[in-house]
Design a protein around this ligand. Sequence first.
Ligand code: GNR
Ligand code: NI
Length: 165
Amino acid sequence: MTILNILQFPDPKLRIRAKPIDNLDEKLQTKIDDMFETMYDAKGIGLAGTQVDFHKRLLVTDVSIDKDEPHVLINPVILSTDGIVESNEGCLSVPGFQDDVQRAKNIIVKYLDRDGASKETEMSGLLAICVQHEIDHLNGKLFIDYLSEAKKQKVRKLIRKLEKD
Ligand code: GNR
Ligand code: NI
């Protein structure tokens, strides 16, 4: 198992739109295992392929307290949404910064699981929020993109400061 490097804002690779996965081979299974190891090691609740420089439509998440409810979503598509919630978000690719963004409260998402089985699942709570955050990554979007220009300026300043020391 390998802990992968997590790309950090403003790396332009975070803006690449991930491509659909068309075969679930052994290499993909290894990538999934490495992404879980990387996510748990970084104390994150989700991780998208994009963040580890793997530009395929794959995300992993585990929002449980005991870190024993892993989910793998391949080629995820949000079929419908319901309601709006404020979500206080952070991102492993934007370290040291968090802010509120709006998300759909409930989602119905279609995807393939790690065995290639097609699923259609209703999600709510933190899981729904996390899956929306990760699908944004697969589309080259970051949660800070939703914030005002003034707040984005603040993030850039903070990252520059972190990079210096
Ligand atoms: O660890 C994470 N926490 C989090 C909190 C609120 C909303 C979304 C997230 S995802 C984030 C990990 C990450 O950056 N995934 O892309
Ligand atoms: Ni993120």
